[in-house]
Design a protein around this ligand. Structure first.
Ligand code: SUG
Length: 452
């Protein structure tokens, strides 16, 4: 098999980016509710990060946002009339429902799906399962369009297998790659294309109430959902490790595992309090790695308290391997302003660990809703044949970067508040922008308004 590469597919921030306090358990989302959002700045910040990683020699792509406000969902909830009337009525009768149907939350593409590379699956195809995001209404309405966008990016069924999202409801709550990491020895001749270890982290058991679970905030990912995704993707059970997130850290605001740990290649970078059975988790990963070198870089609670990890999003950094073979941690700006984290990072790069460098990017607009650099990207591993077979228009390049910047400048508002969501012209603006975007990215008619 040919060499495989890891892409980061970042979510393009949609034109309705706003702060509506929709995510109970996500401290940034609830504490920044009603802040004035800057959609244009948010989208440009995201594009800058994509371009920076592209310029580092990494493979970078882009995932289109959702159609918002979602009048189709509002109609299912009983709002009638023209599209404008639906929005005006929803704004009057149920403003929080309108806000949920207007969220630009699909920008956090770590939650778009879970994927498995062809090296790891029984039928040797690349598998995708969009996440049902069942725990949050505003996110649970993403997966049908996400599934269509993924199919428009990876359409050739000789190489790509697409599953529908898991059945909806709390029992099979699935948050996608935010709770899934694939480990692999990238130094082999196959690069990311060697058979990897799939690490699924869940917050609770759905069918066994006697097991530990958080008390204050919801556990979004269930053990049963993780198992279902592993089954659907045809993974070899010897190459799958499950671990439970510590309920105590979920109750401190760690709503996804990617807020407390991140992995890449043969390295796990994790907080000391991340997992319910921390030592067992490390042992299980080492065993699945089958005697090959595996590194755990653990951050002690005395160095970085969980609260500082949540505020800084230290673990929502992207851990990437540069073409030189060195690993770099791509951190959000907030890691520089929280003293314990800054001191830790200054110390880390002086140590003998696989993490050689730290780079800081400003994604503050996303951070204020609880989304750091790692939330904004979905990792997709493809070999050369699969890369040739995919939609080439979604791959980042100097030209695409220029087109997308021009597109954002043309269509996006400078500011947006929750009250502005009542304005029906936001729908027209958003659809005009997305119609043009589907042409830039060669996606076809993926949006509901393009399919009526
Ligand atoms: O699902 N925030 C998102 C943040 C997702 C972060 N993703 C990862 N950790 N992978 C969420 O809670 C806030 C929207 C609002 O309140 O307006 C929101 O949906």
């Amino acid at each position: 098999m040919s060499k495989a590469f890891e892409f980061n597919f970042d979510g393009l921030v949609g034109p309705t980016h706003n702060y509506a306090g929709l995510s109970h358990g996500n401290v940034a989302s609830t504490s920044n509710a009603n802040l004035i959002a800057k959609p244009k700045e948010a989208a440009l910040q995201g594009l800058q990060k994509m371009k920076a990683l592209h310029d580092l020699g990494l493979k970078q792509g882009v995932i289109a946002p959702m159609e918002r406000p979602d009048v189709f969902t509002l109609r299912k909830l009983g709002f009638t009339g023209t599209d404008a009337q639906v929005i005006i009525k929803a704004a009057k009768q149920a403003p929080k429902v309108l806000a949920a149907c207007s969220s630009a939350s699909s920008m956090w593409t770590a939650n778009a799906c879970t994927m498995a590379p062809s090296s790891d699956t029984a039928d040797e195809k690349v598998h995708f399962t969009p996440a049902n995001l069942a725990n949050k209404f505003h996110r649970s309405i993403e997966h049908p369009t996400t599934g269509r966008i993924l199919k428009a990016m990876f359409s050739d069924d000789k190489y790509f297998a697409h599953h529908p999202a898991l059945p909806n409801g709390d029992h099979f709550g699935d948050e996608g790659a935010a709770n899934h990491t694939r480990f692999v020895d990238v130094n082999s001749s196959k690069g990311y294309g060697k058979k990897g270890v799939h690490f699924f982290v869940y917050g609770k058991y759905a069918f066994d109430a006697s097991k530990p679970a958080p008390h204050k905030f919801p556990a979004r990912q269930t053990f049963e959902a993780s198992q279902a995704v592993a089954r659907l993707h045809g993974l070899d059970i010897d190459n799958v490790v499950y671990a439970q997130q510590a309920p105590s850290v979920i109750d401190k605001g760690v709503f996804h595992n990617d807020v407390i740990s991140v992995g890449n290649g043969n390295v796990l970078f994790a907080h000391q309090k991340a997992f319910l059975n921390q030592m067992q988790t490390y042992t299980d990963l080492e065993r699945a790695f089958d005697g090959e070198e595996f590194h755990v870089v653990e951050v002690g609670a005395n160095d970085v308290p969980v609260e500082d990890a949540v505020k800084s999003y230290l673990f929502n950094s992207q851990l990437v391997t540069l073409p030189s073979g060195d690993m770099v941690l791509i951190c959000p700006g907030e890691c520089e302003t929280i003293t314990s984290v800054k001191d830790y990072l200054d110390w880390l790069v002086e140590q003998d660990t696989p993490i050689k460098e730290v780079k800081i990017y400003d994604v503050k607009q996303s951070m204020q809703n609880g989304g750091g650099p790692a939330c904004l990207r979905q990792r997709i591993v493809l070999n050369e044949a699969e890369m040739a077979a995919m939609n080439q228009s979604v791959i980042m390049s100097d030209d695409l970067f220029t087109s997308l910047n021009t597109w954002v400048e043309k269509h996006y508002r400078e500011t947006l508040t929750e009250d502005d969501l009542a304005d029906p012209s936001l729908l027209t603006e958003s659809r005009t922008a997305l119609d043009e975007l589907t042409q830039i990215l060669n996606l076809g008619s993926v949006y509901p308004f393009q399919r009526v």
